[in-house]
Design a protein around this ligand. Sequence first.
Ligand SMILES: O=c1[nH]c(=O)c2ncn([C@@H]3O[C@H](COP(=O)(O)OP(=O)(O)OP(=O)(O)O)[C@@H](O)[C@H]3O)c2[nH]1
Length: 184
Amino acid sequence: MIERASLITGNEGKAAEYATLLGIDVRAVKEDLIEIQSLDVVAVVERKVADAYAKLGVPVLVDDTGLAVNAWNGLPGALVAWFLGSVGTQGILDMAAGLTDRAATVTTALGYADANGIRIFTGTVQGTLATERRGTNGFSYDEIFVPAGGDLTFAEMPTEQKNLVSHRRLAVDALRAEFGLTGS
Ligand SMILES: O=c1[nH]c(=O)c2ncn([C@@H]3O[C@H](COP(=O)(O)OP(=O)(O)OP(=O)(O)O)[C@@H](O)[C@H]3O)c2[nH]1
């Protein structure tokens, strides 16, 4: 059972979503954490959350989220921040222009650590890359990712709608189920 935890992130978009999604007392804290080089968000978050707990010594939550394009064998995955920093969302769309299969997934790995050890919870949403940037809600690659089952990008959805179906929501649901948390 957890009652409160520090969310270690420098990403304001994540912090805003967790403030809504988690029904526990969460404090967002910025701290430089070790991020290994891997496409796999689970591998990245395992190291990140271990580092966070070693540094802070209090219950911590850490998120790593990636965008994996099927036709690129999972690239950029957890390395998406480098793509965004170099070429942005439009650059990703330009590179994908020749793809006939635009299927992609977004996955959140949510790590929790306390004195009892480390737990990792994941949430994945299947979808496709949009053909153009659309929408102004959300953040980052939300404007180029269309979750399966509809035509809207995450950035075209009202925040409440994204939070009902998002990869982060699914990861939080898995954590809630494990710890018996109610609410949201
Ligand atoms: O469209 C999006 N919808 C999301 O739901 C989402 N979650 C994260 N990201 C972006 O993915 C990159 C790697 O993120 P990331 O997990 O490496 O974290 P980060 O370095 O930004 O923050 P931190 O939590 O590690 O401090 C960063 O550009 C994030 O902005 C998202 N983009």
